[in-house]
Design a protein around this ligand. Structure first.
Ligand SMILES: C[S@@+](CC[C@H](N)C(=O)[O-])C[C@H]1O[C@@H](n2cnc3c(N)ncnc32)[C@H](O)[C@@H]1O
Length: 216
């Protein structure tokens, strides 16, 4: 599906609301040392690295994705020495060393993919994370109330692509509700004895879950 030659996902990235959806992750990363290292898995068009780089220009950010077209577009989006985008081979271990990142992020990724791949990606995320580092999982909440959608819609910075918010709510609703109901990240953390916290963010349209790797 395309609109004026662009996919709804590309238009979402150029809307007034999408940065607000990602902003809780940017804020949560804010506590890192200036030269910290962040890995964004499933980076898409590089929206999170872009926001992060604008706010914290010293951070080293790596975005990876299995879709080469996304990686190519992300490389056009952020051009900086300390922000890199790499193609990831599906179902292959990440190419990074153990304990090499302070934060690993999954924004709008895990709730969409199969269980086996989720487990594999999470294990890889834990491997490349430094002790004491965090995995941040941002997902839509799946809640739907048209009154609420309309109310929040009017608060976003004016932008002709803001209609994608309603589209996003509708298309993510089912998978996001299932994600929340199954509490997958919490179950994973419990099984691996990891500390877990969650918060409702983006006016309750999204859920931010944070797992911390212990310092052994
Ligand atoms: C809905 S998009 C979200 C993109 C971006 N994180 C954002 O918030 O705008 C999901 C992305 O995850 C990528 N993806 C799916 N499975 C993946 C995997 N196993 N490893 C890396 N990326 C993956 C897709 O190619 C897609 O670009």
């Amino acid at each position: 599906m395309r609109w004026r030659g662009q996919s709804p996902f590309a238009l979402t990235n150029r809307s007034g609301w999408y940065p607000q959806f990602l902003n809780p992750v940017v804020q949560a990363i804010g506590a890192l040392p200036e030269t910290g290292r962040v890995l964004d898995i499933g980076t898409g068009l590089g929206a999170l690295p872009d926001l992060l780089h604008r706010q914290y220009p010293q951070l080293h950010i790596t975005g990876i994705d299995i879709d080469p077209a996304m990686v190519a577009a992300a490389r056009q989006q952020v051009i900086a020495e300390n922000v890199v985008f790499e193609e990831q081979q599906p179902n292959q271990p990440l190419v990074f060393d153990d304990s090499s990142f302070d934060v690993v992020t999954f924004c709008s990724v895990l709730f969409l993919i199969d269980d086996a791949i989720k487990v594999f990606l999470m294990q890889e995320a834990l491997r490349v994370l430094k002790p004491g580092g965090s995995i941040m999982v941002l997902s839509p909440s799946g809640t739907i109330s048209f009154k609420r959608i309309w109310h929040d819609f009017r608060r976003f910075p004016a932008n002709r692509n803001n209609w994608t918010f309603v589209f996003w709510k509708l298309v993510t609703r089912q998978a996001a509700s299932r994600w929340k109901r199954n509490a997958w990240t919490f179950q994973f953390s419990t099984r691996h004895h990891l500390s877990y916290s969650q918060q409702k963010v983006f006016h309750d349209h999204a859920l931010l879950e944070i797992i911390t790797k212990p310092i052994y």
